[in-house]
Design a protein around this ligand. Structure first.
Ligand SMILES: Cc1cc2nc3c(=O)[nH]c(=O)nc-3n(C[C@H](O)[C@H](O)[C@H](O)COP(=O)(O)OP(=O)(O)OC[C@H]3O[C@@H](n4cnc5c(N)ncnc54)[C@H](O)[C@@H]3O)c2cc1C
Length: 310
């Protein structure tokens, strides 16, 4: 994880329309620079791009990248798009696991709209035995996201889970809350620039919190996902599991499409479960900029790609 200033810079750049247009016309062309991190612009392209992952022992979750929406109608339209995606996944025989964001489904309109749209998606997802992960967005959405999950859980939906970010100081209580509920948690460090009123600003504090939360999840959680590319976090997880005598199928590791593919493969060879988070969709630019903000070397990678295309 790099420092907060870099995260903030890339988050601001993600809002620049001219940059977005420039990137859109180059990034996703065949062989384009964004294709390392984004599996395609349509679900069909994404399914084709990841067809070899199961053969390499990797699990996957497909994430349709969309903009946050401000109206009831747009949120409804996004939920219908998810129904289409679910059908396409079923027909292709791809693993039935998706990740989504609630601001796409109307969380900015109100909680009830997001719950209604989620319920529509879950009715189809449950029928086909999908697992649906609600990604965690920035801290103004944390409470509402947990409330939506709890409401759906109380209504009997069990194929759902969400994400906890170790950068947030509130996360130990949230982990307890979700462990008690019994829903699955994906643990991450947190991709958003957060103020110091709610989040640790030092990488070392975020890492320490990650390890503590990982232990709590392994000890008391329901099949937690430890989602990181940081070797120190992965080693700490393996050590804790070994010390407690936990079997390797008590949890899984998760990593992002196109990042540390070597590590993904070596963990599979050691017998650990590894799930790859596979983003796709036309609205890939903000996600792409978050990945650049995490690692300056990615900027050089992208520039080489752009120059190479000329
Ligand atoms: C499966 C998955 C789902 C996620 N879901 C969410 C979510 O719902 N909400 C949320 O806020 N965040 C989410 N994240 C992002 C997460 O919060 C971090 O921003 C991201 O994973 C980078 O942190 P890290 O743990 O890999 O550690 P870092 O300390 O940032 O990185 C450790 C090492 O990993 C490699 N690495 C990390 N990032 C990159 C990159 N972008 N490009 C190339 N190499 C890299 C580098 O080798 C780096 O040295 C998710 C991450 C994963 C893996």
């Amino acid at each position: 994880m790099i420092d907060a200033a870099s995260k903030a810079l890339f988050h601001s750049l993600a809002q620049v329309d001219r940059l977005r247009h420039l990137a859109s016309s180059y990034g996703m062309r065949p062989g384009g620079f964004a294709r390392r991190f984004i599996a395609g612009e349509t679900v069909e392209e994404a399914i084709a791009a990841v067809a070899d992952l199961p053969g390499r022992g990797l699990r996957l979750t497909l994430d349709y990248l969309g903009e946050s929406v401000a109206s009831f109608d747009e949120a409804h339209t996004a939920s219908l798009e998810y129904l289409r995606i679910i059908q396409a996944i079923v027909e292709s025989g791809t693993e039935r696991n998706i990740s989504l964001k609630l601001t796409q489904l109307g969380l900015d309109v109100d909680v009830a709209t997001a719950v209604d749209n989620m319920r529509r998606i879950l009715e189809s997802a449950d029928a086909y035995q999908f697992f649906v992960r609600i990604d965690m967005e920035n801290s103004p959405y944390t409470d509402r996201t947990l409330r939506v999950l709890e409401t759906l859980w109380q209504q009997g939906h069990r194929g759902i889970g969400t994400v906890i970010q170790s950068c947030l100081t509130r996360s130990p209580e949230d982990v307890q809350r979700l462990n008690q509920l019994g829903s699955r948690v994906r643990l991450v460090k947190g991709a958003y620039k957060e103020p110091k009123t709610v989040a640790f600003q030092e990488k070392s504090a975020v890492d320490t919190a990650f390890v503590e939360l990982m232990r709590d999840l392994l000890d008391h959680g329901n099949f937690p996902a430890i989602a990181t590319h940081a070797v120190a976090m992965i080693e700490a997880t393996k050590r804790h599991a070994a010390e407690r005598g936990y079997s390797k199928d008590r949890f899984e590791f998760q990593m992002l499409y196109g990042i540390r593919r070597d590590l993904q493969t070596s963990l599979v060879a050691e017998g650990y479960g590894v799930r790859v988070y596979v983003p796709f969709g036309q609205q890939w630019f903000p996600y792409f900029m978050r990945r650049l903000g995490e690692r300056p070397a990615n900027v050089a990678f992208v520039l080489r790609g752009i120059l190479g295309e000329r």
